[in-house]
Write a protein that binds this ligand. Structure first.
Ligand SMILES: [Zn+2]
Length: 368
């Protein structure tokens, strides 16, 4: 069950050296919304394939690990029109649930992806078609929604802050140290001021996280090369936001800009996958703050909540303003998704040449 997200106070936003005045927003229960979102069809659940058979349920039992030879033992033809899994994570904790993945589960997912020849790209790289991978490798996008403390936690020791190795960022940084070619391209879709610590990864002592640490965390992510994505001000449903749609979106960008001045937020994730009545306002818009300043926003990518692996950006049907994702639910979700792509010949496989787009039967020169 999702927490109730409530506007908790003003976030000082220093964009263009002014401060955004805060307005009290209506608190809103998202329980019903969560139920609604959970009923939306998720990624296709295809049958297993050969030695990659997975029989575990999604309730937390350990899934069989794919064999070590699952990648490299087979020849995948170059296919740059194949699909790209955009994997969606929420809480990282003790159990597997619709919106929670265990810590070990996340580590296992990274190992599975790595072993099977997947390497991370950001959403920005996806829409820019900058998928520069060695021949035979495949892109994957990891996205963390909601900026909870479980994703980025500090531990204070003798006045020094250490990244909790059991938070998602700690796990990702460790993985990058072990495998330097697993770049820090994970995408974080941020909430600056929602309830239950979903406020730039924790505030007010929730899970031991101090309000003063929030900006340091967001800045760290930007400095390390992770992509920052806007998930709106506090997760209100945009389909019910009425005339406040643009305010909720603009203030998400403003909050990021207050931490990393000048950061161009290129990706926006729809809270619960709900579009505003006027869809165009999700892509671009503007908001006039109480001081008369006008803030504009415009996104190169909009993330849905579900829908399965995304089309290649080289596919003429790729829609960067509606990129589907796969919620990682349970221990078999990643394996099942990868198996399905292979089974249907839909795995994106790089040809190693960024100047060409390889199709399964031919290679076509890019027109720049
Ligand atoms: Zn969310």
């Amino acid at each position: 069950m999702l927490p109730r997200f409530t506007f908790l106070g003003c976030l000082a936003a220093s964009v263009t050296s002014a401060t955004v005045a805060c307005a009290r927003a209506d608190s809103q229960s998202t329980d019903a919304i969560a139920a609604e979102a959970a009923s939306v069809t998720s990624a296709p659940a295809p049958g297993p394939r050969g030695s990659l058979t997975s029989t575990a349920s999604d309730t937390g039992r350990a899934a069989p690990r794919p064999s070590e030879s699952s990648f490299g033992g087979r020849d995948f033809p170059a296919n740059e029109l194949g699909r790209i899994p955009v994997l969606e994570y929420h809480l990282i904790g003790d159990k597997n649930a619709t919106y929670e993945r265990t810590r070990q589960g996340l580590r296992d997912d990274l190992e599975t992806l790595y072993r099977r020849g997947y390497r991370p790209i950001s959403i920005a790289e996806m829409v820019d078609r900058k998928i520069d991978l060695p021949a035979g490798q495949s892109p994957v996008v990891l996205v963390f929604d909601d900026a909870s403390p479980s994703q980025f936690r500090y531990i204070e020791r003798n006045g020094e802050l250490e990244i909790d190795p059991n938070s998602a960022v700690g796990i990702l940084i460790d993985f990058n140290k072990k495998h330097p070619e697993w770049r820090n391209k994970t995408v974080f879709c941020l909430l600056p001021t929602a309830q239950a610590g979903r406020a730039f990864f924790g505030d007010k002592g929730i899970e031991g996280q101090k309000t003063a640490w929030r900006f340091q965390k967001v800045k760290f992510l930007a400095d390390q090369g992770f992509e920052l994505c806007n998930h709106t001000l506090y997760h209100a449903r945009l389909d019910r936001a009425g005339d406040r749609v643009q305010e909720f979106i603009a203030r998400g960008d403003l909050a990021i800009d207050s931490v990393v001045p000048g950061y161009k937020v290129r990706t926006m994730a729809l809270p619960l996958g709900m579009w505003p009545q006027n869809r165009e306002l999700a892509k671009r818009g503007s908001w006039r703050d109480p001081k008369g300043r006008t803030v504009t926003y415009s996104y190169d990518a909009i993330l849905e909540v579900t829908g399965g692996p995304a089309r290649s950006p080289f596919d003429p049907l790729f829609n960067q303003h509606s990129i589907p994702r796969v919620i990682v639910v349970g221990d078999s979700a990643v394996t099942r998704t990868l198996n399905s792509l292979e089974k249907h010949g839909q795995r994106y496989v790089s040809d190693g040449n960024p100047r060409t787009v390889a199709k399964p039967a031919q290679t076509t020169a890019l027109r720049h």
